[in-house]
Design a protein around this ligand. Structure first.
Ligand code: ATP
Ligand code: MG
Length: 562
């Protein structure tokens, strides 16, 4: 899908409306403004695809702006990870910018506010200030410091800046309206004292601007035409506009804030604070754990940039809060990998099969099609011998007529190979099956053109030749949470719903030898088992595969289990 052929979402309709009203198309400019306090997640991808998508559609620049106004939570590690993820998604930003680059300008504007009688220093504690806020139906109380002289405010603000005051002792507030029906307009704090080093400005600042003050003014400095944010900022729009009113020059572009609904995904949480908690408490192995809804987690799980972009496009941009079904994301990757992933064979839980009538010591190469969905994918050689592994649950000693796989006295076809028949079960002293003795029909090799090769049996199963197979570790992932909306109920800790079976590690798996030289990020369909991605920690000596998704939606089949 190209930008031109996609239908417009409601934000793009707003932009179109502005263009019709005479906005110069060359003035269009967008931004993606992450706070570098965590890794990007699939929710951010919605915002990235929206903003960069508009950049492509209108041939307009899109800035990457780090909203780094809170030094206590922000780190360089996050900046680097965010850049990597956006690049991986395939988007190019125009300029890499930081709200902290504007600290001087923001400070100077704050001085201007004070001089214009639009801001004052408040000596009260945050609790006292909160108590005076009032309620939505009742006006707030004015601070006793509200009517300080300009000179006194300038002196105190200077002292705040110089670090003469302790954290929490003084704030700078905009002087707006303590009776406003919008609580955010009741003299919001715009600067606080914070004696923390900043990841970019170091020890220079002892005061830091609040989000609302920094964000709109940063948009203005960068001449962003449309500042798109999520719905929880709807009430902030009035304040955003008030702050702009204090500084705009009519000649320049006045940014417009518009809001869309956050992307929520079922069976996961999206808040960075909660994701950080999962990481720090060891519920997952890191931000890039393949169970995480982070871009880095999805990448390690086996998702592709295209699957995430297609998901963002089909899930759409909504005006109201909603939960998008995880199945929609899985559908996208399944759909893509069905066309692109080479088919191979792997046995996750092996059972040894001895083909008693296969000539001792003989080996042969069978021909296997790499991808029936892709005519150019070609064929590969698949070694076969008299001892193979099949999946344990593909065999039953005795089974009813509904079990079509291998059972004593019955036949199955080995994928790309022969028809075998199970004759005898060998057990250990505990009664566990250790191997199954079979015979094969010598004339039945797939593709050989003989009558026996066309013979229909009830099932085809996958296998690997023991002598040739490579050992591998296989990690099967499931939903991280058992609840569709783990953090919807504020009374219950979202971690209560962690799925204890979200990871199953199979250390005794085997894969066909064509996988000897795979690299992290290579993707395959393990036939009959699902799509798998080579893990970042996989090496030639220790192969590790992550299951991205099963071949079908298993949850849909099982029905609503939770
Ligand atoms: P979180 O609550 O996960 O920490 P955030 O909004 O604080 O998210 P930011 O780094 O401030 O995270 O977000 C950067 C941009 O991405 C913002 O424009 C924000 O609106 C957008 N964004 C964040 N989460 C989502 C989401 N779930 N769906 C859509 N857009 C999102
Ligand atoms: Mg934020």
């Amino acid at each position: 899908m190209t930008e031109e052929t996609k239908s417009l979402n409601f934000i793009e309709h707003i932009v179109e409306g502005d263009l019709r009203q005479g906005l110069d198309p060359s003035k269009l400019r967008f931004r993606f403004p992450p706070e570098p306090n965590g890794y990007l997640h699939i929710g951010h991808a919605a915002s990235i695809c929206l903003n960069f998508g508009m950049g492509l559609r209108y041939d307009a620049p899109v800035n990457l702006r780090f909203d780094d106004t809170n030094p206590s939570k922000e780190e360089q590690e996050y900046v680097d990870a965010i850049k990597k993820d956006i690049e991986w998604l395939g988007f190019e930003w125009d300029k890499e910018l930081y709200a902290s680059d504007y600290f001087d300008q923001l400070y100077n504007w704050a001085i201007q506010l004070i001089k214009n009688g639009k801001a004052y220093v408040d000596d009260q504690t945050s609790e006292q200030i909160a108590q005076q806020k009032g309620t939505p139906t009742q006006a707030g109380t004015e601070s006793p410091y509200r009517n300080r002289s300009v000179q006194e405010n300038l002196d105190l603000f200077e002292k705040m800046k110089n670090g003469d005051f302790d954290e929490g002792s003084h704030v700078l507030r905009a002087k707006i309206d303590m009776a406003s029906t919008n609580m955010l307009m009741r003299d919001p704090v715009i600067y606080r004292v914070l004696k923390k080093p900043h990841h970019r400005t170091g020890e220079k600042w002892k005061i830091y601007p609040m989000y609302d003050w920094a964000h709109g003014e940063s948009d203005y400095i960068e001449q962003i035409s449309h500042s798109i944010c999520t719905l929880e900022f709807k009430h902030h729009r009035e304040l955003y506009d008030w702050f702009l009113d204090q500084v705009v020059d009519e000649e320049l572009v006045r940014p417009k804030q518009r809001e869309f609904a956050r992307r929520n995904l079922s069976y996961t949480v999206m808040s960075k604070r909660k994701l950080l908690q999962l990481v720090e408490e060891g519920h997952v192995t890191g931000w890039d754990d393949p169970r995480m809804p982070t871009i880095s987690g999805l990448r390690r799980r086996g998702y592709t940039p295209m699957s995430i972009r297609n998901f963002s496009e089909t899930a759409g941009i909504a005006k109201r809060d909603n939960i998008t079904d995880l199945a929609l994301l899985e559908f996208q990757i399944r759909n893509e990998l069905n066309k692109t992933a080479p088919r191979v064979m792997a046995v996750l839980d092996p059972l040894k099969i001895v083909i008693t009538n296969y000539p001792e010591g003989k080996e042969e190469l069978l021909l296997a099609e790499n991808n029936p969905e892709d005519q150019d994918a070609g064929f590969r050689d698949l070694p076969f011998s008299g001892e193979i592994f099949i999946e344990k649950d593909d065999f039953l000693e005795e089974a009813d007529k509904n079990f079509f796989r291998l059972k004593l006295g019955h036949e199955v076809r080995l994928k790309n190979g022969y028809i075998i028949k199970a004759n005898e079960v060998i057990k250990d002293e505990n009664g566990e099956i250790v191997e199954v003795h079979c015979t094969y029909d010598e004339d039945s090799r797939s593709g050989s053109g003989t009558e026996a090769s066309m013979r229909r049996v009830k099932a085809t199963i996958h296998w690997v030749s023991i002598k040739h197979a490579l050992p591998a570790e296989v990690r099967l992932y499931d939903r991280l949470f058992t609840h569709e909306a783990p953090d919807a109920n504020k009374e219950v800790d979202f971690k209560t719903y962690l799925n204890p079976d979200s990871l199953k590690v199979l250390e005794n798996a085997f894969v066909e030898p064509s996988l000897a030289n795979v690299m992290p990020g290579d993707k395959f369909q393990f036939q009959r088992l699902g799509y798998f991605n080579v893990d970042d920690e996989s090496t030639k000596e220790h192969l590790i595969f992550n299951r991205t998704v099963s071949l079908k939606d298993n949850w849909a089949k099982k029905g609503k289990k939770h």
